[in-house]
Design a protein around this ligand. Structure first.
Ligand SMILES: NC(=O)c1ccc[n+]([C@@H]2O[C@H](COP(=O)([O-])OP(=O)(O)OC[C@H]3O[C@@H](n4cnc5c(N)ncnc54)[C@H](O)[C@@H]3O)[C@@H](O)[C@H]2O)c1
Length: 347
């Protein structure tokens, strides 16, 4: 039997422990895994691009546990009442190759993306950062806001979305969040005075959510929505003024904001900062950019947290994904044993 956690389990779990505790758990696990980054097998995700979106497989292993996520990204989906991003994932035992845990990862991807953003900002933003601008108020947005509140103590947000319905939804969801939210009519006004700017929009093109004049000294940029070839959010000139941090650089060169730069443009991987091998920002005047595209190790960490918490809270259920144990060489015997009679089976 394999443990399965569905969306209802994850919803129940988060409601029991609260978003702040959830983000603390996720950030602690991810921070520990980023610190042991060289132990992981790393490969750029396998992406199947189509006109309207992408389907991706994201595998990794630490030698003991293997993790894999299936995830899509289809910005046009919301026009038809479908989600931009859906996902599920699994953990497996490297020694036997047996899958041990399967989970929904649509909600969980939003949790892990926000946790990774907050982890990066914890290491890269100015220590006195107080105000965050949030551009894009879709599915990921509340998670981003709440992760930054839980991990960095951000209690003041300046927000903007081109879609009034998304803005109303955000306002409804965040009414009791304890965050002071200012709604602005343009991205330019939203970023004014912000110490951290999170862009989390969805458009399958090279968009310019932020232009160069909108980003001043000392700001930390958390670029989440630019995560596919031909899908970016920041003007190239901003990148040229920023100290850039990546997850797994070979993947980010293809998918991140830095696809706009030369292939040898210098970047630092976030794990190098977290492990203490390299510095983060050099001064309070640096512009730091976390060029987030999402990497398999973050899903691995998150799946392990979800599995542990689901177990602790008695959630999830066993599914018969694998055949019952028995003579390992007699697989066909299982079919014979389940058949009403032998004659019918071989006919
Ligand atoms: N980096 C990662 O790890 C990671 C993980 C998950 C999702 N993503 C990406 O994050 C983005 C957001 O995902 P989502 O699930 O919230 O999508 P979504 O479609 O639910 O929301 C996106 C929002 O952006 C708004 N928007 C689009 N263009 C805009 C503009 N010019 N200015 C302001 N707002 C604008 C839309 O109106 C919408 O409300 C997607 O591009 C997705 O691919 C990245």
């Amino acid at each position: 039997m394999v443990k399965f956690a569905g969306t209802r389990d994850v919803i129940e779990l988060v409601n029991r422990i609260g978003m702040a505790k959830m983000f603390e758990e996720l950030v602690a696990e991810a921070e520990a895994d980023f610190a042991r980054w060289p132990q992981f097998e790393k490969v750029a995700r396998v992406a199947s691009h189509s006109r309207d979106g992408v389907i991706e497989l994201m595998p990794t292993s630490d030698g003991e546990t293997y993790g894999l996520k299936f995830v899509n990204g289809h910005p046009k989906n919301t026009r038809d009442g479908l989600r931009t991003v859906t996902a599920f994932g699994l953990l497996a035992d490297v020694a036997t190759g047996y899958p041990t845990f399967i989970s929904e990862m649509t909600i969980t991807t939003a949790l892990r993306t926000a946790a990774t953003s907050a982890l990066a900002a914890k290491h890269l933003a100015r220590k006195d950062a107080k105000v965050m601008a949030l551009i894009g108020l879709g599915a990921q947005s509340e998670f981003q806001a709440l992760a930054f509140k839980a991990i960095l103590g951000i209690k003041s947000l300046r927000v903007f979305d081109v879609d009034p319905a998304a803005t109303r939804k955000f306002a409804r969801n965040m009414a009791d969040s304890g965050i002071a939210i200012t709604y602005l009519p343009t991205a330019e006004e939203a970023v004014t005075g912000a110490d951290i700017i999170t862009t989390v929009t969805a458009d399958k093109r090279n968009a310019t959510i932020l232009s160069d004049n909108m980003v001043g000294a000392g700001v930390h940029l958390n670029g989440v929505g630019g995560d596919c070839p031909g899908k970016t959010e920041l003007h190239r000139d901003i990148l040229l003024r920023s100290k850039i941090f990546t997850e797994f650089t070979p993947q980010t060169r293809i998918e991140g904001e830095i696809q706009q730069l030369d292939a040898d443009h210098p970047v630092t991987e976030l794990w190098e900062v977290i492990s203490g091998a390299k510095p983060g920002r050099d001064s309070d005047r640096d512009i730091t950019l976390f060029d987030s595209v999402g990497f398999a190790i973050e899903d691995f960490s998150t799946l392990r947290v979800i599995r542990r918490l689901v177990e602790q809270h008695g959630l999830g259920r066993e599914i018969d994904l694998l055949p019952e144990e028995g003579d390992p060489k007699d697989l066909y015997g299982l079919i014979r044993a389940g058949a009403p009679n032998e004659t019918k089976l071989s006919a």
